[in-house]
Design a protein around this ligand. Sequence first.
Ligand SMILES: [Fe+2]
Ligand SMILES: [Fe+2]
Length: 301
Amino acid sequence: MFDRIPTRRDLVGCRGEVLARRGFVVSAESIAEAAAAARPAPGRSLAETPVADDVAGALGDPSLRHLLRTAEVRAAVGRTLLSVRLPPEAWEEVLAQRGRDPVRHHHALATAAVTARLLAVGAGASRVVPEVAAAAMLHDFGMRHVSPRTGRAAQPLRAEDAREVAEHPFLGAWHLARLLGPHPAVEAALAHHWCKGQGYPDLARPPSRATEVVAVASAFAALTQDRSYRSDAFDPRGAVDVLVAEAGAGRFDPSTVKLLVHALRGGQGEARAVRFGRARHVQVPLVNHHAPISAPARSRL
Ligand SMILES: [Fe+2]
Ligand SMILES: [Fe+2]
């Protein structure tokens, strides 16, 4: 079982404070304990933070033009993102991460935008949406504890580097539990690479639908944006074909991938009516060195 990790180094917050010593065990139990012990300060909305300056740029990214095709849709998604509330300490971490890794910060906002749109199409406006958009924004939070060399290394990764990357769900979930207490972001961080049990880490039970939405949104955002390990980004059709194939292989929830296709087509009518077509000839990157991180067979404990 890959269900716990000993930390490789001290876990340090953005002010330099040690959060946990090297060797501390992160598991479902320690994540739950951190959430129970957390006393988050009252939240501030994203609109009140410097991250607000990044929202228009994220929504205007060409990779999202099909999903956010009208000014009205873009404005609605923008309102959801601006209403995301987090405690000041969490915003400090987000801003520190923005300075360290702008590409991942952009990925976080794009994933939140895609998630917000999918939720709006799937469920209409609901009070839970800003919380799930927050979860989407924070899903890769654990990458801040992965060494920058590994986080930006060319693909395919060496086995040891891949193992370190595979630890980011634990690190993100534990750190977010400490900052936010019980919050959908904790599960989204822990389970966004679960892939219906074919990914990592091993979980005692399947994650919520909200986390499935974040996982599909993160994959779509990553496929449609430039990455150092491939010559071009996928266009939305190419990205959808990848995700449909993944759903066919049992790695993604088919109904969530259908929701994405439905949203890309404008979101009118029923997502359930979407039928996956057969393989088409679509634009794919000429050069692509991406290799999926395979799930570690078991924990080192
Ligand atoms: Fe991730
Ligand atoms: Fe991601």
